[in-house]
Design a protein around this ligand. Sequence first.
Ligand code: ATP
Ligand code: MG
Length: 237
Amino acid sequence: GVTFRDVKKMYGDILAVENVDLGIEDGEFVSILGPSGSGKSTVLRMVAGLEEISAGEIAIGDRVINDVHPRDRGIAMVFQNYALYPHMTVKENMSYGLRLTTDLSSEEIDTRVVEAAEMLGIEEHLDKKPANLSGGQQQRVATGRAIVREPEVFLMDEPLSNLDAKLKMHMRTELQRIQEDLDTTTLYVTHDQEEAMTMSDRIVIIANGTIQQVGTPDEIYNHPANMFVADFIGSPA
Ligand code: ATP
Ligand code: MG
């Protein structure tokens, strides 16, 4: 799992998040839900090692990762804009990280890539460039690139926000299925409450850089901890 102990992030003089205390169990799917600017991405990016932790500790399993190189944290991240390499094929996009950070043989890497591509239904696109794929297919490539790493923790920052409504619904179900199959601890950032409600084991509600409530979708909806949560979720009055 992932443990946050009194985590704080300053960007220069700007306080982005503080007092983050949170324990995520192995195999749990936890969403971080909150309005724009509330600190969701900051929390995720600290786990990924894309931002330094200003104070407090983050641990994956029982290993504190504050000073661990991002490559050695056992995480893989899916970004909102997918961040695919435009000059590489789908197959190259999915295998690049593995070539760089593991000593797997080419055959082992190919096997993993093909398995992930089949899981995501993009096996016939492996030799195409990202520009020749639909948004939904690009999203699958980004997800596949994370899956092949076999990370201990999946980090996803608004991975479905660029898809149309219908595809978004479909991918919600698919991501859930994949997460269940792989049983990987997942930290999922979204500002879409329906997404959080339908996909998560638990939801973390964040506003203005502080956690407002942590609970199951049912607890959050039926027992909001404060007015902010009730308003944001639209709980029955
Ligand atoms: P969104 O839903 O719009 O993506 P968010 O919840 O992910 O928002 P963050 O990106 O984590 O929010 O930002 C939290 C706060 O930190 C905001 O006030 C933001 O302006 C500030 N912030 C984020 N990144 C930086 C940065 N690199 N430098 C300075 N301030 C930043
Ligand atoms: Mg964000």
